[in-house]
Structure formats: structure tokens, C-alpha cells
Design a protein around this ligand. Structure first.
Ligand SMILES: Cc1ncc(COP(=O)(O)O)c(C=O)c1O
Length: 384
């Protein structure tokens, strides 16, 4: 194993500043939290599961879903008793109307689109497309809280819009849904969320203090490997897709922290950070993300590389904890029938872009990526 040198440790997940407890509650609420027909669960997948029934989707109804997906959203639909039929995304990561048309049959009741990495899809067009065929539009804005399309929030075009609060803010959990007919509020017991809050604080400190970042970088892979081992011995190989208890409300810490952490400037900060990275690393960015639309609220900064695992391992040694973006599809996907989605899964690395990053953090990302690119001629190192 290569020697680590002290470096700030940067994750793609937003961190939680220590001063958050002293902040006053914001009067501004982001969409959809400001809407009466919004419901908040612990996770977005639970929100999806509950809203399917509320919208009148019945067992064996079919939903057209993208082959390029996280996997948990697909699992939620299947657990709700629905059938999924996959479509391929085009070069802009949009569905192709002709392909969708060829997948239509009388049992198709909804189209599912994803606003990838906080970049808005043309949801207005897809709403019209669905209305013309009498089916529902489900907008997955899990990565796109705060994103807008023509000044309208994404997630507001569909019959259902679903969001992850913890992907945009350093919260322990939170999956919000807005729907024409929302489900009942979750009735389960709230967990405290303190341990995850503690970890988000540590992550915040590790982006600021090199000494802490150093330990963070050493401990993180151990934690990841222990989790993997634990899941394997418990035969939970698809744990990342599990829906869990569908009546789970958000944790008590999430409820307490939401009004303290939300900020009207968050999307601007993310766009600013994205633009900085685009300026320095733009030639590595996959085409659909190479231009930043005004209404985007980027969740991560994607780069395309030849040897993503090797690249990732080398970046980690420099303190940049990227993510192989959606490496594993849902097991129901016939992977070989969707070559573009497969290529995206195999080649796209996501880097941090969140609002808590400082200028030094962004510079560290740029320098690290450039150094790894130059050094790739050196023999590969094992992932730790
Ligand atoms: C596109 C997409 N949809 C849905 C989800 C599910 O979100 P959650 O983890 O809150 O259930 C995710 C999670 O990563 C996602 O990326």
C-alpha cells in the first residue's frame, strides 16, 4: 500500500458544519418542503413505494424506467407490486420518444424520468408526452433538490416528484415526495440520527484539518470493507437497493436540522463550484454534463476515465474520495441490452462539488485529478 500523506479528506456527500446548532431557523423553505402536498420519509425509496399506491397505481401496472438508474428506485417500484420495462437513455441521458412509443402497451401506466446529477431533464415535454397518452409522469429528483427548469422547480412537473434531502444537505436522512395525491404521513417511530450527524460533522472537520483528513482517509476504507463483509455474511448483497421499513419517518436530527441548514444560496454555491471544476477539468466531463444549465443544482462533478477503479484508488491517496457512479444496476436489468447505460456505469467517476467545499478543497480536487492523470503510466496500485 502506498504511503498516505496528510491531506484534507473530501467526500461527495455534503458535510455538516459544527456551528449549525447556533443558527436561527430559516424562514425560506425549499421546494417541495413548502408545499401542503409534500410528505417526508426517512428515504426517497420509501416515499416512492408509498406514493405509487396513493396515485392509484395497481399491482401489475407497468412503469417505463431508465436502464441508467440507482437501483433503489427500481426496487421500490417492484416492491410496490409494479412491473418495470426498461428504456435506454440517449446521448443527452434523455429517453427517445420512438423507443418509448415502441414500449407502450395497455398496461403501461407511468413514465419514470431521472434528473441525473441535479441537471434538469425536459420535464415539461415529458409531462405533455404522458398527458397525450393518459399515463402518469414520475420525476425522480433524488439528486436534484433545488434544481429548476424555466424557473419552475423540478419535481413539480410530474404527478409525483421525489427528492433526497441528505444528498444536498449534511443531514442524516430525508426523502421527500410531492404528489397530486400524496400518501399518508409515515407513522413509524423516528430514530435519533445522532450517529450519522456525528459522521457528517467528522467529514466536515476532515475537509478542513489535514491531520483529521489523514485519519479519515485511513479509516474510511476499513469502515467500507467492514460494511461489505457484514453485508456478505448476512447475505445482503443488494443492501444498497433495500427499501427498508416503508413507514419510516425522517430521524429526529433531520427534522431539527432542516430549518437550520437550508439556504437559498445553496444551488448558487454548487453551480459556482461546478463551474470552477469545469474550467480546470472540463475536457474530462461526459458530454451531457459539459454545459451547466442555469437551473441545475449539481450533486457531483462527473469525469470519464479509462481505468476508473485505479483512478479512484489513486485519488483517494490524495484525499479525494470519488465515487464510481452507479456501478451496479438493479439485478432485474438485462445489462447487455443497454450498452450506453453500461458504458456510463463503467466509466463515470463522481467528484465532490457540494456547497461546504472551500477554494482550497476545490484546488485540491483539480490538482489531484491532474496528478493522477499524469501518473497513470505508473503501475497500478491495489485499492485499499
Ligand atoms: C436516482 C435515485 N433515485 C432514488 C434514490 C433513492 O434515494 P434514497 O436513498 O433516499 O432512498 C437514489 C439514491 O441514491 C437515486 O440516486
Amino acid at each position: 500500500m502506498r504511503k498516505l500523506y496528510p491531506a484534507r479528506s473530501l467526500l461527495i456527500w455534503p458535510t455538516l458544519p459544527l456551528d449549525v446548532y447556533f443558527r436561527s431557523n430559516s424562514v425560506w423553505k425549499p421546494f417541495p418542503l413548502d408545499q401542503a402536498n409534500c410528505r417526508v420519509f426517512s428515504l426517497a425509496r420509501q416515499a416512492i413505494w408509498n406514493t405509487c399506491a396513493a396515485l392509484g397505481l395497481h399491482p401489475n401496472d407497468t412503469v417505463l424506467v431508465p436502464a441508467y438508474h440507482h437501483g433503489s428506485e427500481i426496487e421500490a417500484l417492484l416492491q410496490a407490486g409494479l412491473q418495470v420495462r426498461y428504456y435506454e437513455v440517449n446521448q443527452n441521458l434523455e429517453p427517445e420518444p420512438e423507443e418509448l412509443q415502441s414500449l407502450m402497451s395497455t398496461d403501461v401506466r407511468a413514465l419514470y424520468i431521472i434528473h441525473y446529477l441535479g441537471f434538469p431533464q425536459d420535464a415539461a415535454f415529458w409531462r405533455q408526452w404522458c398527458d397525450n397518452r393518459g399515463i402518469l409522469l414520475i420525476e425522480d429528483a433524488a439528486q436534484a433538490l433545488l434544481a429548476t427548469l424555466n424557473d419552475k422547480p423540478v419535481g413539480s412537473f410530474g404527478h409525483m416528484g421525489v427528492f433526497c434531502l441528505y444528498k444536498t444537505y449534511g443531514l442524516p436522512d430525508g426523502g421527500a415526495v410531492i404528489a397530486d395525491f400524496p400518501p399518508p404521513r409515515p407513522t413509524g417511530q423516528s430514530n435519533s440520527g445522532s450517529w450519522r450527524v456525528f459522521k457528517r460533522h467528522i467529514n466536515w472537520l476532515a475537509t478542513r484539518r489535514k491531520e483529521l483528513g489523514y485519519f479519515h482517509l485511513m479509516l474510511k476504507p476499513i469502515q467500507t470493507n467492514l460494511n461489505r463483509f457484514w453485508n456478505r455474511i448476512n447475505k445482503r448483497i443488494h443492501k444498497e437497493f433495500e427499501v427498508g421499513d416503508v413507514s419510516s419517518p425522517p430521524t429526529r436530527m433531520t427534522k431539527f436540522l432542516i430549518p437550520k441548514i437550508v439556504d437559498e444560496k445553496t444551488a448558487d454555491r454548487r453551480r459556482e463550484n461546478y463551474r470552477f471544476l469545469l474550467k480546470h477539468l472540463g475536457d474530462m466531463v461526459p458530454a451531457p454534463f459539459a454545459f451547466l444549465p442555469e437551473g441545475a443544482s449539481p450533486f457531483a462533478f462527473p469525469i470519464e476515465v479509462n481505468e476508473p477503479r485505479d483512478f479512484l484508488a489513486r485519488l483517494r491517496l490524495k484525499g479525494v474520495m470519488g465515487l464510481l457512479f452507479w456501478l451496479n444496476p438493479h439485478p432485474s436489468l438485462p445489462v447487455d441490452e443497454f450498452p450506453r447505460s453500461r458504458l456510463l456505469r463503467e466509466g463515470v467517476l463522481a467528484l465532490p462539488v457540494h456547497q461546504e467545499l472551500s477554494f482550497e478543497n476545490l484546488q485540491q480536487i483539480v490538482d489531484s485529478v491532474k496528478e493522477v492523470q499524469v501518473n497513470l503510466a505508473v503501475p497500478a496500485i491495489p485499492a485499499f
